[in-house]
Design a protein around this ligand. Structure first.
Ligand SMILES: Cc1cc2nc3c(=O)[nH]c(=O)nc-3n(C[C@H](O)[C@H](O)[C@H](O)COP(=O)(O)O)c2cc1C
Length: 366
């Protein structure tokens, strides 16, 4: 086992809106400066070519955090990774970095790094680095996009960190900075399961294209998981959507929205008109076993989540058809926070940080 300087490295990345791609490129550039040959591999493209891996002394995996875990597309990629022979691996996640005044606020990794590290260990690799990077949050379904100045300052801070981490990795050192957060990461682990089982589908069924959509098909073409289809001459988000935010942040017409009013409306109606009545009726039956089951918080929460999801999937399809009526489209748009100018977008790929080589510039567009 060679723990000295690394001759060649291969970094696999997945990026919805550019953050993980920037981190991978900054790391690659920093490694190249130190004489290491680096190959950057976009997981999107690899899946299309089903050409997964190649030899390397050092392997890197870098992807965004989604619901306190890596997105399913990345987990699938890691699960299908070939068995290793003690090669060195580092794993990085980008998280939702924010800024309050001058204070930089970190995101939360949950099990993103821990689970991936476990899978890679079981496959026979040797973990040498685990590192989160708090890049600007792109999750504009739940908060307005950050101002460009704020996003840039958060990114520049991460650039320095990514470069110094990369240097450590190629000089044979170890860095487990991620483990500082292990207590909080394990405490929120159950939420990552909830997001994986339920939450991601709810977000997937919150996107729609408003009247400004020109049917250019860019969202469909760019979707990394082929989750968007043209249905009734309008983009339609299938449950395969991973909410990576690429479509919403790159739509040239700013026509893709999160239907906040619709989701909350369905949630409210299902809870108040259906589930609350159902529980009340079941309690009236005075069956001891049934009563015990109903008062079991986790079970009740799970049943409610599944029922809400079922009705949301149904209502989403109906909403999609009704969007052709102007009055309905306006109602949905007025209750979508993302349709207001103040909400902004996150254009992670547009920032320019002078990539060092032509190859890297090309991989930005790739
Ligand atoms: C659906 C979704 C879920 C997210 N969940 C988390 C999370 O659990 N923790 C966190 O710190 N950031 C979270 N974020 C923020 C992203 O991880 C963060 O902005 C990341 O840098 C985006 O990287 P990308 O531009 O490469 O896609 C989430 C973003 C999205 C869109």
């Amino acid at each position: 086992m060679n723990d000295g300087p690394v001759q060649n490295a291969r970094i696999y990345y997945f990026s919805g809106t550019g953050n993980a791609q920037w981190i991978s490129q900054w790391m690659a550039a920093s490694m190249q400066v130190h004489g290491t040959t680096v190959q950057l591999e976009n997981i999107d493209k690899l899946r299309a070519q089903s050409n997964q891996t190649g030899p390397a002394d050092l392997i890197g995996i870098c992807a965004p955090t989604h619901g306190f875990n890596f997105p399913p597309v990345v987990l699938r990629f890691v699960m299908n990774f070939p068995q290793g022979k003690k090669q060195k691996v580092f794993i990085c996640n980008t998280r939702a970095g924010m800024k309050a005044g001058r204070i930089f606020l970190p995101g939360l990794s949950g099990i993103a790094l821990l689970l991936t590290a476990l899978i890679m260990c079981l496959k026979g690799y040797r973990i040498v680095g685990l590192r989160p990077f708090d890049m600007p949050s792109n999750w504009i379904s739940i908060h307005p996009g950050l101002k460009e100045k704020v996003a840039r300052s958060i990114m520049l801070r991460c650039k320095t960190k990514a470069e110094s981490f990369a240097q450590k990795m190629v000089s044979g050192k170890k860095d487990f900075r991620a483990l500082y957060d292990i207590v909080q990461d394990l405490l929120i682990a159950p939420i990552s399961l909830g997001y994986y089982m339920i939450g991601r589908f709810i977000f997937a069924k919150s996107f729609y294209a408003d009247q400004h959509c020109t049917n250019c098909g860019l969202c469909i073409k760019n979707c990394p998981v082929n989750a968007i289809q043209m249905v009734e001459q309008r983009p339609y988000w299938t449950y395969q959507c991973e909410s990576c935010m690429r479509c919403m942040n790159t739509c040239p017409e700013r026509a893709i929205q999160t239907a906040h009013g619709f989701v909350f409306g369905v949630f409210y109606l299902v809870m108040v008109l259906f589930l609350n009545q159902l529980w009340a009726w079941l309690l009236q039956l005075n069956n001891l076993q049934l009563n015990q089951l109903i008062h079991h918080n986790w079970l009740r929460f799970t049943i409610e989540s599944v029922v809400v999801l079922f009705f949301l999937l149904l209502a989403y399809r109906i909403m999609h058809s009704l969007l052709r009526f102007k009055w309905f489209e306006q109602l949905i748009r007025l209750t979508s926070l993302t349709s207001y100018r103040f909400w902004r977008r996150f254009y992670g790929k547009k920032y320019r940080f002078a990539p060092t080589t032509r190859d890297q510039q090309e991989s930005v567009s790739g």
